[in-house]
Every structure is written in C-alpha cells, then in structure tokens.
Design a protein around this ligand. Structure first.
Ligand code: HDE
Length: 687
C-alpha cells in the first residue's frame, strides 16, 4: 500500500483500490525491455568496434529512445498548467428533495474525488502566480458513474456563447508573431478583444480584482459558473449553481508579491498544496448550491442562462451540502494529473443541463479535446478516468484498447447474448434526460435578455472595499500600461466608464488617453458576499519566517514558537547560513533556510528576532531588505525585543500590523491575531 496514504489501517476506498492495482514499483527489480528481456548493459549502445558506429540491431537502444521521443502528449489548449490531489466528499444533509443523485442522498455518505487546479492562459511550464482565472475541476467517482464539476474560481465568464471561446483564448494567449507575453493578459490583443466584445465587462472586473491572484488553491472559492439542473425522484427540476467555499477563507497575494513569487518559486501554489497534504493540513471546502425554482426563471433583471451573470447570494442563498477534503497526493503527476479528462457532460441521474449557450458548447468541446490530447477514444480506460462502478457497452477497438472484450456480440439489439448488455429503465437507474419543453425557430442569434453587460460589473465594483477598489484600479493601470495601442487604451476607458466613472477617469489620466465621456450605469446595489474583506480569517497553516542570528532571548523565542504551534501556525528559521544559531542562554536552534535560499514573499508574516552574525554588515542588510519587503506587502511583522533595532534600520515604523514584544503582556494573542489578519491595508507603505 502507498505509504503516503491517509487511511492508516482503514479499508482503502474504492477508487484508491482500483488505482492500486495499476501501480508498479521498480524498487529491487531486475531491469528488462518492454518485451520482458533482461538487460545486461544500460550504459553503452551496440557498436561496430568500440569507436565505431551504432548498429540498427540494438533493439534496446531503439526501444528506449523511441519511447522517450514519444513521452510528451499535447498540453491542454487552456488550463495547461495544473496540479491535482485525491480526496473525499462527504454529504451533510440529504438533497433528496431536489435531486435523486445517489451520492447526495445520505448524510455521511463518502464519495472518492480527484481535483485538478489550474491556471488558464500559461503553458504547462509557466509560473503558478500570474494574474489569471484558476480552474477548479472535480471528478466525483460515484456509484452511478463519474460526475465532473468543472469549475473556476470566478463565478462568471468572459463570453456568453461558446462559439466565441476560440476568439477569447486566441486573444489572451501569447501573441502569435512573437509568442509573448507568457501567461499574461497585459498585452494588446487581449484588451482589443475586451473593448470589442463588451460582454467581457463583468468578468474583467473579477480578473482585475484580487480573485485573479489567489494566495493558494486552499484559499479560493470555486464556482460551476454555468446553470445546471437538479432533478428529483418525481421528475421535478430546479435550476442550480454550484459553489465551493474554502474552510480557510478567500485570500490573495498582492500584485508585486505575485510577480516576485513567479521568479523566486514558480511552483509556489503546487508546492503549497503538495506540502500541506504531506503535513496533514488537508485542503477543505464546502459544497454549496443555489437553488432556483423554474417558476422564478424570469424574476430577475438578468437571464439565469447567461454565464456572464452571477446569482447574488443575498437574493438566492447558497445552501451548504457537504464537505470536500483533499487528503492524498498523487503518485505520478503524468499518469494522474496530466491524463485526467474532465468533461461537464459527465453527469449522473439527478443532475442535468440548462440551455446556457456557453454550457451547451462546452458539452461538445471537452470530449472532442480529449480525443486529440489522449490519443483516441479509449482514454476512459486510463486508471484515473475509470469509474468505480461497472461499465459495459458495445464500444470496441480504437488506439490502445486495454479491455479484452470476450464473446462475438458487439451490437444492440441481439439475441445471441440474450440482448445484453441491456438498457435500464429510469427506476433501475437509467439516465433519462429532463424533458424540458423547447420551442423556437432555428436562429443564429442571442436573446435580448443577455444584452446588459454593465449592471453586474457595477454591482461587483460597488461591493468592493476601498483597498479592493484600489487594487482593481492598479491592475487596470498595470495591464493597460503594457498595451501599446493608444486606440485600444482609449476604447477600454470608454468601455469601463459604464462601470464606474471615477475608475475610468483616473485610469485615463494614468495611461495617457482622454477622459471618458458619459457616466456609469445607475446601479447602487452591492453584494457583501463578493468582497474578500468579509471572509474567514484563520491563523491555521500560515507560515512565519523567523529572522534570527546568535544571542537571541531563548525563553522569549520558545514561548512564541510554542504559541504558534498551538494555533497551527508554521514557522521557518532563517539566518545567514545553514547550521545552528545560539541564544544568549546557550540554546541551539536549527536553521532551515538562509537569506539567500528563501525570500519574504514566500511567507505570510515575519518574526524579527535579530542578533549577531559572522558577517554582521551583510546580515544587517539582509534583515533590512526582508523587513522592508514584508512591510510593503502589508504583512504582519512581529518584533522581539532584540529585533527592534532592525526595524529602525529598515525605517519600518510602528504601523498597523507591526507587533512589538517589548513591554507587551499581550504579545502572544496580538501576534496570532495579526497573523490571522494577513494584511494591514491601512498601513502607509511609502517608507
Ligand atoms: Fe473549459 N475547457 N471551456 N471552462 N475548462 C477545457 O478541456 C471550453 C469554461 C475549465 O483540469 C478544455 O480537457 C469551452 C468555463 C477547467 O483538466 C476545453 C468553453 C469554465 C478546465 C475547454 C469553456 C471552464 C477546462 C481544455 C466555453 C468554468 C481544465 C482541456 C464555452 C466553469 C480541466 C480540456 C482540467 C478545460 C473548453 C469555458 C473550466 C478545450 C469551449 C465557463 C477547470 O475542452
């Protein structure tokens, strides 16, 4: 059994057991070719003479090199860079009233899941922290077949009709003539698309907000985006939207930080997920659904089939259904994460589609893309994609078929096999599509109910806290500052005046275009659920960098570290060199990182302890740089009595979120509270 497993001695769950049967461990084995022939020499190719040419008959060489030459498969056309983990989903409360989906019937029922997180734009080797949408795709291995919830961390989308998907992606990907910039929307073609396709307005507000630079995968929401249906045993249907709510709240990076992380640790978010799971800090999210009775379909000032609109939670509450826990890392990233094939069309009885034209197009695209990416129709046989329930049909052959179907019947209906495999009635669990009444003329067009592109964009803007608004303005300024075409910059300003006049006017001034004419749409409503300032704040799993030299106060430090551990806070000891540092009282402390191997952007907070060092001048300068960087990213900075002189040297004044230990009987609580707060936006960072 996999040593990393979370199960200890419990029975392996079904999916894990299934995967187990495909695992191969080479440890201690003899090396062979793929034909099973034992290999005598794996260093030298077969030659005519020791200094002569290599021979064609070297089958070992040919097999090894050929296999290597074919190791790559096409990366996903979007969401190429991703990272995944296994876990389980547990139902809190029966959803029987709304859906007959088997995995949602019984409180406590567990379903194995596989979740892949991703960025959208960058290629597979790009960095983890660009400004981008994050994918949040979940495969539920239910007993009635696989259900895939293929979502994003932003609840709306750029476009309303799937026919435009290639256009938005072509516009945002690196520009074709020079393949730049990688994993970035800050370039002409993207903003040209935005200004000329104004249905993008709402999504752009989200992409310019802190949502597009999440701190890590564990601290972001997920959304199904498209409208789906629940259907219950009586055939009654409701419209629904899916949500994932992270247990640790929604938290983001700051832009300068996220750019620096791209260089200092381009694997930042995958590392966070991997290490958290290895340490037993499992990622947790609650599944929620917004449920809408079809009789209310036309009650709102937006169309519920329009994927550029969200359903404000204050109007349609999110009902919490169950909990997702990611608790096991993959064994092999290619076999599992790269080969997993998600598809919003993978549904089970009780879940069905709506006529959302974006969803309808997706229902074609995912299956189509798997065929090219995974090399034919047999990708459902790849271990990570197999359902845990039995599967039988008359599909046969194709590239790399694994199943050896026995018998001569591969057609329906038949008498030779007693007309099996046989279909199932609805009562027996057969999937029967919801019988929605549809009427209309064949028409290539869009419903006028999709026409309003700005009301919800403004609702989002109205819902932001002042620092969040500032970040949005700064993001627009950054992105458009990199757009060379003045005409595009002007078009964007003229577009976003519809969302907010001050935003567009300030932006115009910053990017050298004319102030916009006109005014924003007349919407004053806001939705508090959209602001991250209202999110959960917990110190759990946050990481403190302890900056330390020799001669620190051992008791003080021990108390603080013990207090961190009590609150689930992690810490890393950073000093001038690897080895140990020694307290004034003679205690030794192991150093985990040096000023050179890590960087303040990789921590949630700093604890400035200070001390003496071999190269004091260098130490002082490193301390100063670390403190200034964390200070400018609004992070909590805790200061031991021995650390105060370093704060002065860094010109980091007493400011919100700077917590001094000296003469402070409440230091322990203050420190934990500050760490949980994560950012102190009211700090003046212009030091
Ligand atoms: Fe996707 N999308 N998408 N998408 N999408 C793909 O499928 C597509 C959309 C999402 O980790 C592709 O296997 C179209 C919305 C995620 O493997 C492709 C449209 C949402 C992932 C595809 C959309 C998503 C994908 C590329 C417009 C949020 C990664 C590789 C109608 C609800 C899944 C692949 C993973 C991947 C098509 C829009 C989420 C090409 C045509 C909206 C999370 O099939």
């Amino acid at each position: 059994m996999n040593e990393k497993s979370h199960h200890n001695n419990e029975e392996l769950d079904k999916k894990e057991q299934q995967l187990e049967s495909f695992k191969v461990d080479n440890y201690g084995k003899k090396m062979t070719t793929n034909q099973g022939v034992k290999i005598s020499n794996d260093e030298d190719s077969l030659k005519a003479g020791l200094r002569g040419p290599t021979l064609m008959e070297d089958f070992h060489f040919r097999e090894k090199i050929t296999h290597f030459d074919h190791e790559r498969i096409p990366e996903r056309v979007v969401h190429a860079r991703g990272y995944a983990a296994h876990g389980e989903f547990v139902v809190y409360e029966s959803m029987k009233e709304y859906t007959k989906a088997g995995f949602l019937q019984d409180p406590g029922k567990k379903t194995p899941v596989f979740v892949r997180f991703s960025t959208v734009v960058g290629s597979v080797g790009s960095q983890d922290t660009p400004r981008d949408v994050r994918g949040f795709a979940t495969k539920f291995y239910t007993e009635e077949g696989n259900f895939d919830l293929v979502g994003n961390n932003i609840p709306v989308f750029f476009i309303q009709d799937a026919l435009k998907f290639p256009d938005v992606i072509h516009a945002v990907k690196p520009e074709p003539h020079n393949e730049m910039p990688q994993a970035a929307s800050a370039h002409d073609t993207f903003w040209d698309f935005v200004a000329n396709n104004q249905e993008t307005a709402h999504m752009i507000m989200w992409v310019m907000s802190d949502r597009a630079i999440p701190k890590n995968f564990r601290m972001m929401e997920g959304f199904g985006v498209n409208t789906f249906r629940f259907v219950n045993e009586d055939g009654k249907s409701k419209f629904i939207k899916f949500h994932w709510k992270p247990a640790l709240g929604v938290h983001s990076l700051v832009w300068d930080e996220s750019q620096k992380i791209s260089g200092k640790d381009s694997d930042f978010q995958r590392r966070d997920l991997w290490e958290s799971i290895e340490k037993g800090h499992f990622a947790e999210y609650e599944l929620g659904v917004q449920i809408l009775d079809p009789k209310d379909e036309f009650k709102f000032d937006f169309d519920i089939l329009d994927a550029t609109k969200l359903w404000p939670e204050e109007l349609i509450p999110v009902k919490i259904v169950g909990k997702l826990t990611l608790n096991r890392n993959v064994d092999n990233v290619f076999a599992e994460t790269e080969q997993v094939a998600f598809h919003p069309g993978n549904v089970v009885p009780g879940i069905d589609f709506s006529n959302d034209p974006l969803l309808q197009g997706r229902l074609f695209s995912y299956l189509d893309t798997q065929l090219i990416r995974l090399g034919g129709p047999n990708f459902t046989e790849i271990p990570i994609n197999r359902p845990i329930c039995p599967f039988h049909n008359n599909q046969r052959n194709g590239y790399s078929r694994q199943t050896i179907n026995v018998g001569k019947v591969s057609y329906h209906k038949n008498s030779l096999a007693n007309n099996t495999p046989s279909t199932s009635t609805e009562k027996e669990g057969g999937f029967v599509h919801y019988e929605e009444k549809v009427e209309g003329r064949v028409i290539r067009g869009r419903s006028p109910s999709f026409d309003d592109h700005f009301s919800q964009a403004r609702l989002f803007w109205n819902s932001m806290s002042p620092p969040e608004k500032q970040h949005i303005l700064d993001a627009f300024t950054f992105e458009l500052g990199k757009v060379h075409s003045k005409s595009i910059r002007q078009q964007v300003v003229d577009m976003f005046v519809n969302v907010d006049k001050t935003l567009a006017t300030t932006l115009a001034d910053r990017i050298d275009v004319n102030p916009p004419k006109g005014n924003h749409v007349n919407i004053n409503a806001s939705s508090p659920a959209l602001s991250q300032s209202n999110t959960i704040k917990s110190p759990q799993t946050l990481k403190v960098g302890i900056l330390i030299g020799d001669g620190f106060n051992g008791t003080e430090l021990e108390n603080t570290i013990n207090n961190f551990t009590r609150h689930g806070i992690q810490y890393v000891i950073i000093s001038e060199k690897l080895g140990t540092v020694e307290s004034a009282q003679g205690q030794q402390l192991k150093v985990n990182e040096t000023f050179l191997t890590t960087y303040p952007v990789l921590f949630d907070a700093l604890f400035v302890v200070g001390g003496t060092a071999k190269d004091q001048a260098r130490f002082n300068s490193d301390m100063k740089n670390y403190i200034r960087e964390a200070f400018q990213h609004y992070k909590p900075i805790l200061v031991a009595t021995t650390g105060e002189p370093f704060m002065e040297a860094a010109n980091a004044p007493e400011a919100p979120g700077v917590i001094l230990e000296k003469d402070n009987p409440n230091f322990a609580q203050d420190a934990v509270r500050a760490i949980a707060e994560q950012r102190f936006w009211d700090r003046d960072i212009n030091i």
